[in-house]
Design a protein around this ligand. Structure first.
Ligand SMILES: Nc1ncnc2c1ncn2[C@@H]1O[C@H](COP(=O)(O)OP(=O)(O)OP(=O)(O)O)[C@@H](O)[C@H]1O
Length: 310
């Protein structure tokens, strides 16, 4: 549990983070979105004391972050940034092992952990362990960066635009991998992004920031259905709200009985994808497939019912 209370940061008398209070429950993802310069990174970096607060408190599992030296705190908190920040002269294994080495783990335990993480991130240990960062693609570097942040098994992971530099296809995959790994490990994550789609996809809760203030902190459904003010509405894009609602549900959740022709859609696909496919292929309904079997269909009417103001 991360509890942020009345947290502020001033530079030259100006508040760049202004009296922020919010809590992130164990195993949840909080996504911080906002315009450039709204204070997202500063807020994130106060959690691991890369930036010292001017006032206010942060507690992790009930313990004030000021109770221990910053270097000790940072070994318990994973930190992944855009452009991954890998050490260019160290191979993949050494990069991932950074924090375990600082913590004095023995060699065998470190080697086992490196291989476990590489496998988790779908990088064959034999092939990747000894590669240098320049021998990896952008998406692979990004995965190694997140693996490194998770190496010592931190309960908390901070991520600053971790997928910002990736192309849309790799990015979607990286987001799904993160969700999968997060569910398995139960890590509590605070993630900064300027992309509302990413925040909706990944966040259990979204904090919308402008001018150092959190304008609204709520579940994606609530932000979409009842934006707190015009700024939050502008961040959402009022023309996109119906589609954002559709992106919150999967075809599997809206499946009903009855026939449908043509290529099926997977149960895991969003209703947004399903609706787009119906429009594109001029169909009223799509068969829904789960684990290789057709489990029913999803209709335009079902999508439209989900897309209207709650
Ligand atoms: N060390 C510093 N000294 C003075 N001002 C700073 C410092 N660090 C950040 N700022 C200012 O604080 C404000 C918030 O910066 P921050 O990086 O937190 O914003 P952000 O929302 O993460 O922006 P972006 O999306 O562009 O990365 C900006 O106006 C920035 O110029």
């Amino acid at each position: 549990m991360i509890e942020i209370e009345n947290l502020s940061k001033h530079y030259d008398g100006r508040a760049v983070v202004d009296d922020v209070t919010l809590a992130v429950a164990d195993g949840e993802i909080a996504a911080i979105v906002g315009t450039s310069g709204s204070g997202k990174t500063t807020l994130l970096r106060m959690i691991n004391r890369l930036v010292e607060p001017t006032s206010g408190t942060v507690r992790i599992d009930g313990r004030d972050i000021l109770d221990q030296p910053p270097y000790q705190l940072r070994r318990q908190i994973g930190y992944a940034i855009q452009g991954h920040g890998l050490f260019p002269h160290h191979d993949v294994a050494r990069n991932i092992a950074t924090v375990p080495r600082l913590l004095g783990w023995d060699k065998a335990k470190i080697a086992a952990r490196v291989d476990e993480l590489l496998t988790l991130f779908q990088l064959e240990p034999e092939a990747y362990r000894h590669r240098m960062p320049h021998e990896l693609s952008g998406g692979q570097k990004q995965r190694v960066g997140v693996a490194r942040a998770l190496a010592a098994g931190p309960a908390v992971l901070l991520m600053d635009e971790p997928f910002g530099a990736l192309d849309p296809i790799i990015r979607a995959k990286a987001q799904e991998d993160l969700l999968d790994i997060q569910r398995r490990l139960g890590t509590t994550i605070v993630l900064v992004t300027h992309d509302m789609d990413e925040a909706i996809k990944l966040g259990n809760k979204i904090a919308v920031m402008s001018d150092g203030k959190v304008r609204q902190y709520a579940a994606p459904e609530e932000i979409i259905a009842a934006p707190a003010d015009d700024f939050v509405l502008a961040m959402l894009g009022s023309g996109d709200r119906a589609f954002r609602l559709l992106s919150l549900k999967t075809a599997g959740q809206a499946v009903g009985p009855g026939p449908a022709d043509g290529k099926p859609i997977t149960a895991a696909a969003s209703l947004r994808e399903a609706y787009a496919e119906m429009l594109w292929s001029r169909r009223e309904a799509l068969p829904v497939e789960r684990d290789g079997a057709i489990v029913g269909r999803v209709t335009r009417a079902a999508c439209e019912a989900e897309a209207t103001r709650p």
